[in-house]
Design a protein. Structure first.
Length: 203
């Protein structure tokens, strides 16, 4: 009875080891000769969200952030370009920067003429009146409009963020949209009491 039990244990152990050996061989083959298994990552498009139906444009509402352009970067590795750079060999110009070069003679000293300064008349300096410092520019870019339910909204770009704002809305808790036309938007920098006309940006 014991001999038969030992034979069964050896047979089960041999079967498990054989399974792991086959799995290891298939895994190594796929890693070495299978090539890249993950498809290249595609950048997500900028999606503009539609405002909820029936919503009215109220004065002082926050503008809607509808997307970002920073997701358009492609992080995939281009192996063809990497292999091409590996084959480059740097030959240099033949000059060894670590070898001492020829010694240069020190430049001759030029004696400067000595003179004594005579005190001149003292001219009082005029202090010009300084005006107020210039107000900072509005950091927004106007690149289009969208009309829904008879309300015209402006598409504004601030850094990587895209905003959809109506007249009276506040963008980034700082810029108030005063008026919107097809070719320009009047924006007020509320903390600085500064209005600026933003023209439609060319593509």
């Amino acid at each position: 009875m014991k001999v038969g039990t030992e034979d069964k244990k050896k047979l089960i152990t041999a079967g498990v080891l054989g399974f792991f050996a086959i799995f290891a061989v298939v895994f190594l083959y796929n890693e070495l000769f299978g090539g890249p298994s993950t498809p290249p990552v595609q950048a997500p498009p900028v999606v503009i969200a539609k405002p909820t139906p029936g919503a009215k444009s109220g004065v002082g509402n926050a503008a809607v952030r509808v997307g970002s352009v920073s997701g358009q970067l492609d992080p995939t590795l281009h192996f063809g370009a990497m292999r091409a750079t590996e084959s480059l060999v740097y030959t240099g110009t033949g000059r060894n920067i670590f070898a001492p070069g020829p010694l240069q003679a020190p430049a001759p000293k030029i004696e400067q003429a000595k003179f004594t300064a005579r005190p001149g008349p003292v001219i009082p300096q005029r202090v010009l009146p300084q005006g107020p410092p210039p107000k900072p520019p509005i950091n927004l870019k106007f690149f289009g409009t969208a009309t829904q339910d008879g309300v015209r909204r402006a598409l504004l770009l601030s850094g990587d963020d895209v905003f959809l704002a109506s007249a009276g809305d506040i963008v980034q808790r700082r810029y108030k949209i005063v008026s919107i036309t097809a070719n320009s938007v009047v924006v007020e920098d509320v903390p600085n009491s500064n209005q600026q006309n933003l023209p439609l940006a060319a593509n």
